[in-house]
Design a protein around this ligand. Structure first.
Ligand SMILES: NC(=O)c1ccc[n+]([C@@H]2O[C@H](COP(=O)([O-])OP(=O)(O)OC[C@H]3O[C@@H](n4cnc5c(N)ncnc54)[C@H](O)[C@@H]3O)[C@@H](O)[C@H]2O)c1
Length: 391
């Protein structure tokens, strides 16, 4: 696994972006906007922030956009922005899952680069279609798997690639939350669509957070899944989709693992944890304590690696923004993804020969793997929790 990419570097120029989603009361759109603003590499100039007309204008005005760049539909936005000389350089897609495919396709067809939230879409064929349209139209495509942007996740990836814990044998990934413990929790804006199969797809919990855990194992280790066996449960009466799932994993190199994700695990806020055990050592990454990494080398006492100190690898260290002991978190992780993506957009515009995978942001291939993962888990579960080949 080659390690590359960097938060800084490249030509300094402010590019323009637009956003679909992120209207009043929504969660992640505002996080994206603040994260992009951290580095000042891109400026928001257009948006279709909601499917409710007044909300589009409310958000657009709050953000200081020109009236003619607040769009009632994302189709109109793609059409008009593509026709402008000063049109957007990329679009950020932060709408519920069922819209990702059509919105991304609309902008790609206009030749506009895309950053899209996960899970990329519902069907594997749709995911591949997006990749093909992006390729044909020369578009860049990032899937915002947030946690890959954490400096210490990048540190784990770099250490594993350098062989510091030897060949990986066992992985344990978990992502536990407790915000959907009652059926009433489905009444809030975020809960409503996530638990509705029409808007969320075949899975709620696995798609929403299990896909992050799967992605983090792949990001940190580079391991490719060979087969899996999933048990998807619905713990809250009346709910249709899963809210607690467990998956057995087997990788092409023979490593094995377990993935657990839950939205009913009382006492857990946003507890993503990935433990990787190799022949020579182990690494433990805890998202809620993301400025640190627990590292144990065979026969030695466990060490706590602190972000921003002398232990940092060359690549991971380049993403660290403030000195050790000054916590970085969720915004910075998103900021790192966008910073790398903006550098790629500028390099593309400058005609630089480029390999998208070298920029350090999660590419569409990770998005495709995520869609495949969710669908294979559903296939396994529906067949009675049997082993299913990944390819
Ligand atoms: N990577 C992460 O860590 C992370 C975290 C949270 C959410 N997400 C993802 O982000 C996406 C959005 O999640 P959320 O929690 O912010 O949802 P949300 O329900 O809070 O917000 C969705 C927004 O999309 C808008 N919208 C709906 N239909 C639209 C349309 N046709 N055109 C324009 N806007 C439209 C809504 O008005 C709302 O403003 C989901 O795909 C989710 O999986 C990712």
């Amino acid at each position: 696994m080659a390690i590359s990419g960097s938060a800084g570097g490249g030509e300094k120029r402010i590019i323009r972006y637009g956003m679909v989603g992120g209207g009043p009361g929504s969660f992640i759109g505002d996080v994206h906007r603040r994260a992009i603003a951290l580095d000042g590499k891109a400026e928001l100039v257009a948006g279709s922030f909601s499917d409710v007309e007044e909300e589009v204008f409310q958000t657009g005005r709050e953000l200081g956009l020109d009236e003619d760049r607040m769009y009632v539909t994302y189709q109109e936005m793609a059409e008009k922005e593509a026709a402008r000389e000063d049109g957007i350089d990329f679009v950020s897609i932060v709408v519920p899952n069922f819209l990702h495919f059509t919105v991304a396709k609309t902008f790609l067809q206009k030749g506009i680069d895309v950053v899209c939230e996960k899970p990329l879409c519902f069907e594997i064929e749709q995911a591949k279609e997006l990749k093909e349209i992006a390729r044909k139209n020369g578009c860049l495509f990032a899937v915002s798997y947030t946690y890959t942007g954490h400096v210490m996740a990048k540190q784990a990836r770099e250490m594993i690639a350098n062989g510091e814990i030897g060949e990986v044998r066992v992985v344990m990934a978990e992502y536990a939350q407790d915000w959907l413990i009652e059926s009433d929790d489905e009444l809030n804006m975020q809960g409503a669509w996530r638990t509705n199969p029409k808007l969320s797809g075949r899975s709620n919990c696995l798609g929403d957070i299990g896909s992050h855990a799967e992605n983090m194992v792949n990001f940190m280790t580079g391991l490719k899944l060979k087969r899996l066996c999933a048990k998807m449960d619905t713990k809250v009466a009346g709910r249709v989709l899963d809210d607690n799932s467990q998956v057995l994993l087997e990788y092409e190199n023979g490593a094995t693992g377990t993935l657990w994700c839950s939205q009913v695990a009382i006492g857990n806020d946003n507890a993503l944890r990935v433990r990787i055990f190799g022949k020579l050592g182990s690494i433990d990454f805890v998202q809620e304590d993301c400025n640190y990494l627990k590292v144990t080398k065979k026969g030695q006492p466990t060490q706590i690696y602190s972000r921003g100190t002398g232990v940092m690898g060359k690549n991971a260290g380049s993403y660290s923004r403030v000195p050790a002991g000054h916590p970085e978190g969720f915004y910075e992780a998103y900021g790192n993804i966008y910073s790398s993506f903006c550098s790629a957009v500028i390099d593309k515009q400058n005609g630089k020969k480029m390999d998208e995978t070298s920029y350090g942001y999660p590419t569409i291939d990770m998005g495709i793997d995520g869609v495949k993962f969710v669908n294979k888990c559903c296939d396994s579960n529906h067949a009675g929790s049997v082993w299913v080949d990944f390819e």
